[in-house]
Structures are given as C-alpha cells and as structure tokens.
Design a protein around this ligand. Structure first.
Ligand code: LLP
Length: 427
C-alpha cells in the first residue's frame, strides 16, 4: 500500500499532483511520500510487537536526512555501514544506543567514531576486524559491544549481486568458525560480546531462507549459552522484498511469524535491519521525455534521467515500472526508456509497454525510493537530482538539485609547486 495513485488522469503523490511539483522543481527529481514511509515503518514494527525488538532502519537504502528524521521520530534505530552513515544517523537524531554498525571493511577511524558515539553494537565480520576493534577499544579505554555477523550458508534465492549469506560471499564469519571466534572474543579485554547477527541478502520474496538462517544461528546461540556466554541481542538483518513487478513477498506479519517461530522462546531482544521494505515503494523518480527515436529494431523514449540517477536497471537488470504522469489515449508501443548517458547500459526500462509519449511529457519510474538516490553519481558531469518529500497537500525540497559549481567543488588546478611529502620520521 502506498500513496502514489491516479486521480482522474493525473498521478498524485498523496494529495499533490506530481506534474505540479515537476513544474515548480524541474526534472528529474526523486519524490517520496512521507505517509507511505510512516505506514510501512508502523506495519513492520507492529508485526514484531509480541517480542522485545528494535527496528534499525538500514540507512543505505535511503539516507536523506529528512527520511532519517521521519523514522527517528517514529522510534527507529539505524543499521549503518560507514562513518558517513553514522554521521547522518546522529545528525538526524537517531539515538546512538539504537545504532548497529555492519560492513566487512570498517576503518579504525570509523570504529573510533562509533565507540565515541557509544553505539549499541558492532556487527563484526572477521577475526581480524574483531582484533582491530579490541585494539581501538584499548587505546580509548572503552569496551566495545559486539555481535558476530555469522554467515549461515543459506541460499536467499535472489540476484547474485545482493546475496550475502552463502559460503562464497565475502560477508560474515563462516558458521563453522563462529564458535571458536566467540570464545576468543569473550577472552578479549576490550570486547563485550552482546549478540549474534546475520544478513543473508536483499529483495527476498519468501520467508523460508530467513527461518533457516535463524534456526542455524539459534543452534549456535544455544551452544554459546551452554558454555556460559550470554547472547542478549539477535540481529536478523534486513532483506524483506517488495513488489516491483509480479513478485509476492511475504507480508511483514508472515515474515515476523517465520522469524519469531524459528527463534523460539527466550528473553533476547530482536534486531531487524529493514531498508527496501520501508522506503522502496515510498518513492518514485520523475523524468521528462526529451525525444522519441525509432531505431532499426526498437523504439526509444529518451528521457532526462539516466543510469547515473537510478542505476538498478543497469546494474542488476532490475525491473522498475515506468508509467506516464498524465495518462493519454494514444496507442501503446513497446519501447526502451533510455537516458542521455554515453553507455548502452543506460536504460531505465526495456521493452516496456507505454503509450506514445510526446516531448516534454513526464514519466514516473516507480518503486525508486530504495537504492535510488543513494546510488546516484555525477557520471557524465550530471549534477545529482533534487529530492522532494510530500505529506498530505504539502511538499518540500529535501535536497537541492546540484549545480555545476557542486560538480567541481573541491577540485583545483595543479601547480607544479605542489607540496612535497613530509620526510618520514626515523623509527
Ligand atoms: N543489513 C545489512 C547488513 C545490509 O547489507 C543490507 C543491505 C540491509 C540490512 C538492508 O537490506 P534490505 O532490507 O534493504 O534488503 N543496491 C541493491 C541492494 C543492496 C543491499 C545491500 N545490503 C539493490 O538496489 O537492489
């Protein structure tokens, strides 16, 4: 359920006609529905109401401060994977004690910032990282709260680029080694073992892989607790899929039931790291038709947004529905919706059924609220687009369209009298 729908011939976001925003803000732009985000968060968190839990929204899915603030106001925590995401989460008012820090390559400066902020826990992805966190804790005189991210070797049956919990993936600690690394962690002076964590992949459309992963991790937890360790937090990661096309992912209630059943009884606090399911269908990308072109074998609708603005179709061959912002009665054709970038992979949709579009008319790329803007680049020196949020009959630009000056920010001409590296200090 989301708040993008036609009223008559016009596509609305909540109570605002999308075309009107385009007239005032220009194109392309991302458009988010605040009520949809709120609704998705509420449904998700209520699905887990029978268990003590924290919903740590996965910041990478959509990291705009306004989105984060909306979620913070509803009690969300954050799943972060970088110092930059920590900065954003704190800036948006997400309490540090609801922040978990995942990712295989945390740098020492990032570990230090997270320790300073006193986050809830680090999801540790390797033995080397565990030792680095211990060492950083020692230099700061602070014990670091950790969970080990365990790779349970479960096939999430999703796109290979977004599968993370199989043996061949770089993520997590192999389940076969987890017990011995937990024992080692328990003996480290600057580490406090708090929990267990996994994240098996993204855009999952069935509950079984989640249940399987949780069951595997519970067997490990039982063994750890039998050995005297206490595992207070059980972090299931994110990954619940959404409808882009004709998928039928489980509803949050069914997803929650599968997880809670596999978890069994116990006082443990559950942590969830949803990203896409909260924001994916709460956002669209609005773009304007520039030209129509009849290739030798295909129709092309050339629009002003490209793969630099929304890379999912190019990168994962992902399907995103494209619809006209104002319906028309012209004949329908099969067309590729392509951008202005100099790459053949620059498409937003391929062989898509659309009514003939005239130059200047608007198209909406649906389901673009997750992994849209955060994966955008300035490739081809294209300023990143504006982001707009709607609530009821109001809208606001929540990130300005970048300017040409933004494109060259921080760049300078090279002068031959550049600085020489400082002499290395003698050991
Ligand atoms: N937790 C961790 C540790 C993650 O790595 C991710 C996503 C999530 C939570 C949130 O997963 P979600 O609930 O959004 O599925 N760019 C890709 C998706 C990459 C997902 C990366 N990790 C896409 O556009 O499909």
């Amino acid at each position: 359920m989301n708040f993008f729908e036609y009223k008559g011939r016009e596509l609305y976001c909540e109570d605002v006609p999308v075309e009107q925003i385009a007239e005032e803000v220009g194109t392309p732009f991302y458009l988010y529905s605040a009520s949809t985000i709120e609704r998705h968060f509420k449904v998700f968190t209520e699905a887990f109401s029978q268990r003590d839990h924290i919903v740590c929204y996965s910041v990478k899915a959509n990291s705009n401060l306004a989105v984060l603030r909306l979620l913070a106001d509803m009690g969300a925590g954050a799943d972060i994977v970088s110092g930059g995401e920590l900065f954003r989460a704190l800036r948006a008012g997400i309490p540090a004690d609801k922040i978990v820090f995942s990712g295989v390559g945390k740098r020492v400066d990032e570990i230090r910032s997270a320790l300073e902020a006193e986050i809830l826990m680090f999801n540790v992805e390797s033995r080397d990282e565990l030792l680095a966190i211990n060492e950083t804790g020692r230099t700061m005189g602070k014990r670091a709260p950790v969970a080990l991210r365990v790779n349970p070797d479960v096939d999430p049956k999703t796109h290979p680029y977004i599968s993370t919990g199989m043996k061949k993936n770089k993520f997590g600690i192999p389940i076969s080694e987890a017990l011995s690394i937990y024992r080692e962690a328990a003996d480290l002076d600057w580490i406090e073992v708090l929990g267990v964590d996994c994240h098996i992949g993204s855009q999952l459309t069935t509950s079984e892989p989640f249940a399987e992963a949780v069951a595997k991790l519970m067997a490990l937890v039982n063994e750890l607790e039998a050995g005297g360790m206490s595992i207070r937090f059980f972090d299931v990661g994110g990954g619940l899929g959404i409808v882009y096309d004709d998928e039928s992912p489980p509803l949050p209630d069914n997803y929650a039931k599968a997880i809670v059943d596999a978890l069994g009884t116990g006082e443990r606090t559950l942590i969830l790291e949803p990203g896409r399911v909260i924001v994916g269908n709460a956002g669209i990308l609005v773009t304007r038709t520039l030209y129509n072109k009849k290739g030798a074998t295909k129709n092309f609708i050339i629009v002003d947004a490209g793969m630099n603005d929304l890379i999912r179709p190019s990168l994962y061959d992902a399907y995103q529905e494209v619809i006209p912002v104002v319906k028309n009665d012209r004949e329908e054709i099969l067309a590729d919706v392509v951008g202005p970038i100099c790459e053949s992979s620059d498409f937003l949709a391929r062989d898509h059924k659309l009514p003939v579009m005239a130059a200047g008319e608007l198209l909406a790329v649906m389901s673009a609220g997750a992994y849209g803007f955060p994966m955008a680049s300035q490739y081809n020196s294209r300023p990143r687009v504006a982001e707009v949020m709607v609530k009821g009959n109001r809208y606001q630009v929540i990130r300005d369209r970048e300017t040409y000056e933004d494109l060259v920010k921080g760049e300078r001409f090279f002068k031959p009298k550049g600085q020489r590296p400082k002499a290395k200090e003698k050991q």
